[in-house]
Design a protein around this ligand. Structure first.
Ligand code: UD1
Ligand code: CA
Length: 464
């Protein structure tokens, strides 16, 4: 018999006060539903389905790249039981287990989910609820027990004073036997504080029908925390960031100020690297050993090799930096930038789709776009590759050993041959052959005595 996963994500998330679907809000750098989808994928279920409603188009577009994911619309959103009912046609005639997850409970691990399934199978229950004992149960559904038996679940808003004292709460995660599920959901009523069809009401319905309901109380209470407000979102992110910081430090990376180091899930950093305060490492970034990443740097989807230095306040997106290269301060590497071994990019330099060869230098104030730059090239201050003619982007090729003087415009397409010099202040429109000097600027003319004469004239005018 197969296992299927259904994820509820149709709710409005009213308490977020957002135009964006709640499950797309980021927890530590990734949409909260990504965590749930990853756990569902790790479970290896036969199918994965998301119930979408509020902001459904936006959500579906955001999840379009997820292979094999199915979507079921819920319109209007009349509660969690109503949400599950929308998926009924997908499961008609199927037998097996439906694992129900909440899009707003991101920390649930696949181990806990497997334990829930094991309990479900062991006990042969019609429904098994994942619960936890928490310090602050406010807002959660409370588990009303008689000994080992779960009698019912009462929502916070509908609970009596005495029931609100219960600290064992519903995680919103369940395993259901598919066979009795959909007929029983038909019996859920909406006579409660929110006038909604509550999925947890199924517990009492099953008990009345003499069906078995079991529960697994996990000791890992933090895994079942749900997110309903921006404050909970921030607290959850902080938890996840902290865990990542701890793991990085344990692996041999120095974080000078862990509290202001933000590292996404997929990022790796090699040993003896040092990360100074206020650094964000995002997306699929990899950093080798002995790197030094100074303050105020953001690196996204980039690969940095060993012994790389990133000075303060650089933005690096979709770039590759080879061994021993160095950039910054205030450098901007845009997608397709490649800094080869030992090359150096200095302050206020922007690169895009440009390869800077081994040992080359662009130390000050330059724009290098759509350029292929060889080894041991010197790019003077104020150099600009004029790569865009208003219609298309053109390439600049600068071969090995070239010296580009300061304040040069290289009007692409153009090639500067190996070992050539380009004089400062040139506007280069034609290729410069290897070994030549390219000079393209107005000739200087000095007017002897011009300034002295002018001053004398001014004095004479004043005396009159
Ligand atoms: C729910 C549970 C509560 C549990 C808590 C755990 C109900 C009635 N209550 O409360 O017992 O302690 O989760 O976090 O189930 N959703 C839909 N369609 C709807 C309504 C909600 O898809 O019509 C989705 C939401 O997008 C969300 C999930 O279901 O992902 C839970 O909904 P939410 O409104 O957050 O329920 P809670 O009040 O947190
Ligand atoms: Ca919730």
């Amino acid at each position: 018999m197969s296992t299927h996963v259904l994820i509820l994500a149709a709710g409005k998330g009213t308490r977020m006060k957002s135009a964006r679907p709640k499950v797309l809000h980021h927890v530590a750098g990734a949409p909260m539903i990504d965590y749930v989808l990853a756990t569902a994928a790790a479970l290896g279920a036969a199918t994965r389905t998301v119930v979408v409603g509020h902001g459904g188009d936006q959500l579906q577009a955001a999840l379009a790249a997820q292979a094999g994911l199915r979507f079921v619309p819920q319109e209007p959103q009349l509660g969690t039981a109503h949400a599950v009912v929308q998926a009924a046609p997908l499961f008609a005639g199927l037998r097996g287990t439906l694992v129900l997850l909440s899009g707003d409970v991101p920390l649930l691990s696949v181990e806990t989910l497997r334990a829930l399934l094991a309990r479900h199978e062991e006990t042969g229950a019609a429904a098994t609820v994942l619960t936890a004992v928490v310090d602050n149960p406010s807002g959660y559904g409370r588990i009303v027990r008689a000994g080992d038996e779960v009698l019912r679940i009462v929502e916070h808003r509908d609970a009596s004073e005495a029931e609100r004292e219960i600290r064992e709460v519903n995680s919103g995660v369940y395993a259901f036997d598919l066979e009795p599920l959909f007929p029983a959901l038909g019996q859920v009523a909406s006579n409660n504080a929110q006038q909604e069809y509550y999925l947890p009401d199924l517990v009492a319905i099953y008990r009345r029908a003499g069906r078995r309901v079991s529960a697994l109380a996990t000791g890992r209470a933090e895994e079942i925390l749900g997110i309903n407000t921006r404050a909970e979102l921030a607290a959850m992110s902080e938890r996840v960031w902290q865990a990542r910081r701890a793991a990085l430090m344990a692996s041999g990376v120095t974080l000078e100020d862990p509290a202001t180091t933000y590292v996404d899930a997929g990022v790796t950093v090699g040993p003896d690297s040092v990360i100074r305060p206020g650094v964000s490492l995002q997306g699929r970034t990899t950093i080798g050993a002995r790197a030094v990443i100074h303050s105020g740097v953001r690196i996204v989807d980039s690969a940095l090799a060993d012994d790389v230095t990133v000075l303060d306040h650089c933005v690096v997106v979709g770039a590759r930096l080879a061994d021993g290269s160095s950039i910054g301060p205030f450098a901007h590497l845009r997608p397709g930038s490649e800094i080869c071994a030992g090359a150096k990019v200095g302050n206020f330099v922007e690169l895009k789709k440009t390869r800077l060869g081994a040992g080359s230098k662009a130390n000050h104030l330059a724009y290098l776009g759509d350029a292929t730059i060889g080894e041991k090239v010197n790019i003077g201050a104020g150099t600009i590759t004029c790569n865009y003619d208003g219609v298309s982007k053109n390439r600049t090729v600068i071969e090995d050993g070239v010296f580009i003087g300061s304040d040069t415009q290289l009007i692409a397409p153009v090639t500067i041959g190996a070992g050539a010099y380009v004089a400062a202040g040139s506007s280069i429109t034609n290729d410069v052959p290897a070994g030549a000097l390219g000079i393209a600027r107005g000739r200087q003319e000095n007017k002897e005595g011009w300034a002295t004469l002018k001053k004398m004239q001014q004095k004479a005018e004043k005396k009159q």
